[in-house]
Design a protein around this ligand. Sequence first.
Ligand code: ADP
Length: 167
Amino acid sequence: MNIKVIKGDITRLDVDAIVNAANNTLLGGGGVDGAIHKAAGNELLEECRLLNGCNTGDAKYTKGYRLVAKYIIHTVGPVWQGGNSNEPELLASCYYRSLELAKSLDIKAIAFPNISTGVFGFPKIQAAEIALKTVKQFLQANPFLPIEITFVCFDDENYDLYHQLLG
Ligand code: ADP
């Protein structure tokens, strides 16, 4: 299967693109966003300044700079507000738009963090279900696309969840 789950630090992965769980400014933040900016170096922030931010549910890309990954796909997950503010659709859109961007960049290996499940407070079970469902939908819609998708879990709870859901 072209979907994998690992535990670790996404900034260190040897893939064509890593996905950043950014915020609307695209100018860095805490969590995985902060870790990616720190690892990629200051040139990343300079390129991000030129992007004019990003809407929730959408994605934009930059170079990877000091990362092994050639590209960083920055997507903005929804802040959990109780579940009635389109959060599931917006989260699904993050995964789908990131994969569409990856396809247009001819990316063969991409790694996702568990978008919105940190500071943004999205319930982890629901977020994992949405992530897997959306990625599978994308693969079904693009059956001949040679792309390997890795979910990089940072905490045990997410890692266990993804394992269970993937079977
Ligand atoms: P958000 O604001 O979208 O919730 P966070 O960065 O707060 O973003 O959290 C998203 C997920 O990224 C969380 O599950 C968190 O544990 C995880 N995370 C934090 N640092 C890293 C890292 N270096 N590599 C991979 N995942 C990370």
